[in-house]
Design a protein around this ligand. Structure first.
Ligand code: GTP
Ligand code: MG
Length: 149
């Protein structure tokens, strides 16, 4: 079963979109296994986005992600990594399809409200980066037999 790291960025928190965004993953049928509000230190933001280190927008990206609290989430489910990316939509919100989180709720790449891991390997890596031992819960949702045959 795959795991993905989803993060509501500071703009999503400031704009009061936390409930709306969590709701989309809940309603889809994925399992929430980790959740916290967190002020991200600069070093963690740099580690999380280290693949983008050489990009011209990197300093602005780090400033953005550390500009206020974020909501850190771990979600579990078969195919959750790719499916969450579809629910989130394209990086540029103006190109994101209507019905996606970015397509419905944002207008700029630099304020695109939510992050989602881009591979199952990165899902595991990022959950390890953002959560301490014991912060991720294993549990069985009562609705499971109604979601999976
Ligand atoms: P994440 O889920 O946040 O990783 O977004 P992504 O996978 O859709 O895009 P990518 O990993 O390529 O970029 C990470 C984040 O950097 C984006 O979500 C944006 O917030 C930011 N970013 C990417 N490209 C640009 C850019 O051209 N300008 C600015 N200002 N920010 C950018
Ligand atoms: Mg990315």
């Amino acid at each position: 079963v795959d795991q993905t790291y989803i993060m509501i960025k500071p703009d999503g928190v400031q704009r009061g979109l936390v409930g709306e965004i969590i709701s989309r993953f809940e309603k889809k049928g994925f399992k929430l296994t980790g959740l916290k509000l967190f002020q991200c230190p600069k070093e963690l933001a740099e580690e999380h986005y280290k693949d983008l280190q050489s990009k011209p927008f990197f300093p602005k990206l780090i400033e953005y992600i550390t500009s206020g609290p974020v909501v850190c989430m771990a979600w579990e489910g078969i195919g959750v990594v790719a499916s969450a990316r579809k629910l989130i939509g394209a990086t540029n919100p103006l190109e994101a399809d209507p019905g996606t989180i970015r397509g419905d709720l944002a207008v700029q790449t630099g304020r695109n409200v939510v992050h989602g891991s881009d591979s199952p390997e990165n899902g595991i890596r990022e959950i390890g980066l953002w959560f301490e031992d014991g912060e991720v819960c294993e549990w069985t949702p009562v609705q499971e037999p109604w979601l999976k045959e």
